[in-house]
Design a protein around this ligand. Structure first.
Ligand code: 13P
Length: 261
């Protein structure tokens, strides 16, 4: 069976105490699931990371940061460097989440610098990509994703390609006002993403997990994970209750097995 990836971005929701309780609960509930079959990762807010690292077993839950700055250090008030999160023992960082791009105005060129720094520091680097509703309307999805992947992953080398993961999160599907992508649409776009990754990295592309995110919930998780080009689910709201996330993971695993994955 192929390894499945399940992760959650906690955004700016849980406090350090809430994060700690959530992670303890999630770890306890999911600890019997073989980590040969799944990888589980959670991305808390920066101020929660130290406590998150203390309460989790790295073999069960990988903790990641929600972003990082590309410079090693400097006069960048409010920013967090790779060295800082590395010092906490983290092994993963996300780059280019839709909210970073669209609420905070981050560009592909900036994401590329973040990816480069993250890879240089040895982090598992999760690059998020996705088209807006307007881009989808204009039939520009493939062009937008190609640009985001080409620029964002421009520093990737044969040595670092194994650290790369991609999350496809269509902007229009994310959050309380989002509409989940249909399995048909997600399947089509994931196949396109795999094709673009192959153009960029050849055979090594097969080793890059591509996760779907954006209004994943208990009703659509099984259909999405069953898609051949979907390697995992990246979940927001539906993962923030440990019991519900545990159930979603288990149901998705059954469905993936039935689908022959
Ligand atoms: P929702 O699942 O709440 O739509 O959020 C998805 C997301 O942004 C994960 O990064």
């Amino acid at each position: 069976m192929k390894k499945l990836y399940f992760g959650s971005n906690l955004k700016m929701y849980k406090t350090p105490t809430e994060t700690e309780l959530y992670l303890q609960d999630l770890q306890e509930r999911t600890k019997d699931i073989s980590r040969e079959e799944i990888e589980l990762f959670i991305l808390p807010s920066f101020v929660c990371l130290e406590r998150a690292m203390h309460v989790t077993d790295a073999d069960l839950i990988r903790i990641g940061a929600q972003t990082l700055h590309w410079e090693e250090e400097g006069q960048f008030t409010g920013e967090v460097s790779a060295r800082m999160i590395e010092d906490l023992g983290l092994t993963m960082v996300m780059v280019g989440h839709s909210e970073r791009r669209h609420v905070f105005g981050e560009t592909d060129a900036e994401e590329a610098k973040r990816v480069q720094t993250a890879l240089q520091h040895g982090f598992i680097t999760l690059l998020c990509i996705g088209e807006t509703a307007e881009e989808k309307e204009m039939d520009a999805t493939e062009d937008v994703l190609r640009e985001q992947l080409k620029v964002g992953l421009s520093s990737v080398t044969p040595e670092t390609v194994g650290q790369v993961r991609v999350a496809y999160e269509p902007v229009w599907s994310i959050g309380v006002n989002g509409t989940p992508a249909s399995a048909e649409y997600a399947g089509k776009v994931h196949a396109t993403i795999k094709k673009i990754l192959e153009e960029l990295f050849g055979e090594a592309a097969a080793g890059i997990p591509v996760l779907y995110g954006g209004s994943v919930n208990p009703d659509n998780a099984c259909d999405l994970i069953a898609l051949p080009a979907v390697d995992g689910l990246y979940v927001g709201r539906a993962a923030w209750d440990a019991e519900k996330f545990d159930r979603l993971i288990r149901e998705a695993m059954v469905k993936a097995k039935e689908a022959g994955k």
